[in-house]
Design a protein around this ligand. Structure first.
Ligand code: PLP
Length: 489
């Protein structure tokens, strides 16, 4: 693993340590946990103490003492004149507990639910670099403009914006209703828009407001593991439904036991990019109406469509108020903004506004106000247009590099929209191992198998994010991947 990546991993682990503890102990704990988690594996060379101290903004002595402690305890070993390395003791002592083995076994002090959440966690400590999927090029966001807009509203004169909010910022809902009418063919009263702190909050709110413990919910398989985990954590009976070339493909037998909710990403299925066909859309809406099922439409990357015009939303097609629409600013602005929105059927609005306020409390009003202005003044559309051009170049560069080097080993899917391309392996290759080996060489990816809930339908491959990778870095990172993949052929 490159020193830059080791530093990044340590910075992430450091953030998770309690601030009340001395810095030296926090660094020690961060390093130790990264080794025990096998994120820093046997033989990984640690950065020189002076470099790490500079990068993490701490005294060199602090780093020296943390290293010394771990050397004494055997986690590290020093090679004279060469540096400090992770020792082999942890690796040889026991195999790591895989998440699957922990499911159902209570961890000390945690509830069964807590154990399950902790052990099925799939989000990554590393969120940028080639080829982290699902993340935009945050460095290209117009920060000066954004700072000025937010600054206008984080101000003593605007103190009313600093309280809890029940309803969200009115002009933002109006701006979104207008935007959705034009881009997503949706006729929406601004009252139907609920501002939330990220889509995950919306998934959880739907689970709590629309379903009871043990109720059945369908998810796409493969599908977004984040939604799967949230719905599972809410106590729902999560049933994977396979996809085919037309998208989500429930059978008549599935409909014989209809679900309470259906989670789907019809405009650009995650991660495959498949667009749900019109006949399937009409069938889904009709069956959901007949069965009294709610549809959650996750429209996470509708803004970033490259080759064709945007696909109209399911919400806009539905005449019977069965669809809850979700949009997010994570992919077009930056994920840390934690602002997203739901568009609700009219009859659900009042209860959802109350539920949202009771469960999570609303806030972030200065950012909401800044966002309303950002949209109304045309900056939002201009940013999307600019990023679309940049991302398209990056997508093409990744496609070309993969095609020329691995054309007969992989099959591509997706890429008409969004931030990533999915490559299926045409041969039996362990994608988890490939992803781990590539990570050790500094290239991030997601194994395709992790998106499947049903192990019997697993396909292997890699999900590669191109959006945050400058074009010049794409070919060298692909070369690294090629070397790893070729070692499995
Ligand atoms: C398919 C899909 N939906 C939703 C989200 C979550 O978005 P948010 O950042 O709004 O919680 C993600 C995030 O990666 C995603 O990949």
């Amino acid at each position: 693993m490159e020193p830059r990546l080791v530093i990044e991993v340590l910075a992430q682990y450091l953030e998770r340590q309690p601030e009340t503890v001395k810095l030296r102990i926090r660094l020690y704990m961060a390093l130790r946990t990264a080794i025990l988690d096998r994120v820093l594996k046997q033989g990984t060379k640690l950065p020189p103490t002076r470099l790490l101290a500079d990068e993490l903004d701490m005294g060199r002595n602090t780093v020296v003492r943390a290293y010394e402690q771990l050397l004494v305890e055997g986690y590290l070993e020093g090679r004279v004149g060469d540096g400090t390395y992770v020792s082999g003791i942890v690796d040889s002592a026991s195999k790591p507990d895989t998440p699957k083995r922990l499911i159902g076994t209570r961890r000390e002090g945690l509830s069964r639910r807590g154990t399950s959440i902790a052990s099925q966690a799939a989000s990554s400590a590393i969120q940028h670099g080639a080829f982290m999927p699902g993340v935009p090029a945050v460095d290209l966001f117009p920060f000066n403009l954004w700072r000025r807009l937010v600054g206008k509203y984080i101000h003593a004169d605007q103190s009313r914006l600093l309280n809890y909010t029940h309803l969200g910022f009115g002009p933002l809902k109006v701006a979104l209703a207008n935007y959705l009418r034009v881009t997503r063919m949706m006729t929406v009263d601004p009252k139907q828009v609920l501002i939330i702190n990220g889509s995950h909050q919306g998934f959880d709110l739907c689970a709590r407001m629309l379903a009871d413990h043990g109720d059945r919910v369908w998810i796409e398989d493969p599908g977004y593991w984040g939604a799967r985990n949230v719905l599972h954590a809410a106590g729902l009976d999560v049933r994977p439904i396979p996809l085919d070339a037309k998208g989500l493909a429930p059978t008549p037998e599935d409909w014989a036991q209809p679900p309470r909710m259906i989670f789907t990403s019809p405009s650009s299925q995650y991660p495959t990019g498949v667009v749900l066909s019109l006949d399937r859309r009409l069938e889904l809406l009709e069956n959901a109406h007949q069965s009294g099922s709610w549809i959650i439409e996750d429209d996470y990357d509708n803004e970033l469509r490259y080759d064709e015009r945007p696909v109209a939303s399911l919400f806009g097609l539905c005449r019977r108020q069965r669809v809850i629409y979700m949009g997010t600013f994570s992919k077009v602005m930056y994920p840390g903004i934690r602002l997203a929105y739901m568009v609700l059927p009219e009859d659900l609005v009042d209860a959802f506004v109350i539920g949202n306020s009771e469960l999570y409390r609303g806030g972030r009003m200065p950012e909401q106000a800044a966002l309303a202005e950002f949209i109304d003044e045309g900056y939002f559309t201009a940013h999307i247009k600019r990023m679309r051009g940049i991302y398209q170049g990056r997508r093409d560069a990744l496609r070309e590099a993969m095609e020329s080097r691995l054309g007969d080993v992989v099959t591509v899917s997706g890429g008409h929209a969004g931030l990533q391309l999915v490559y299926r392996f045409n041969r039996p290759i362990d994608d988890t191992l490939v992803a781990a080996q590539a990570l050790a060489k500094g290239v991030v990816s997601r194994p395709l198998s992790m998106y499947y809930a049903n192990p019997e339908s697993w396909q292997t491959g890699l999900n590669l994010g191109f959006a945050a990778v400058p074009e010049k870095s794409i070919v060298p990172a692909v070369e690294t991947l090629v070397r790893v993949i070729e070692s499995h052929l």
